[in-house]
Ligand binder design. Structure first.
Ligand SMILES: [Zn+2]
Ligand SMILES: [Zn+2]
Length: 167
């Protein structure tokens, strides 16, 4: 459960131990959704009048493509979260990581904030492995499987050295 009753939060902090599913309606078109549920743990407490503070973490996995060789690659995503939820008229609510509470809502719903934090945490640059050799820019062969038939490209830095030292 990722939605909490405001009035009970004001008297007692809530332990958060929930899951945000990949098919939750909070996700929008174009989002890089998780490969499965995102696990969310932490503590949600009152932080003064009409303000709530969440401290915890999210953990999940995303399916991306390796930037170099395009192989489907599953990446782990974990993120520490420190989020403030405040009313729209809160003067300090232009800080980063402040989320506005729905006007007149009786609950604090963590899901829109979790969606945004997930999208920020997912790496934009996935690699299937640290030393992925990528694809040959000429023939498109996967160089992780071995060299292709193309002429080996000469790194321009080496070519420059060769010219200097040659004679
Ligand atoms: Zn790769
Ligand atoms: Zn090639």
């Amino acid at each position: 459960m990722l939605s909490f009753d405001r009035s009970s939060l004001e008297t007692k902090a809530a332990r958060v131990d929930g899951r945000l599913a990949a098919d939750d309606p909070v996700w929008q078109a174009g989002d890089l959704r998780p490969a499965g549920d995102i696990a969310v743990t932490g503590r949600l407490s009152s932080a003064g009048e009409d303000r709530f503070y969440f401290s915890g973490r999210l953990a999940g996995e995303a399916d991306e493509e390796c930037r170099r060789c395009l192989t489907p690659t599953r990446v782990s995503v974990t993120e520490e979260l420190h989020l403030l939820f405040a009313d729209a008229n809160d003067e300090e609510s232009d800080e980063s990581d402040v989320y506005l509470l729905e006007p007149r809502a009786t609950t604090v719903d963590l899901r829109p904030a979790l969606r945004e934090q997930w999208l920020l945490a997912v790496p934009g640059f996935a690699l299937c492995r640290e030393d992925c050799k990528g694809l040959c820019p000429k023939c498109g062969a996967d160089l992780n499987l071995g060299p292709c038939q193309c002429e080996p490209a000469i790194d321009p830095r080496w070519a420059a050295l060769r010219e200097k030292g040659g004679g």
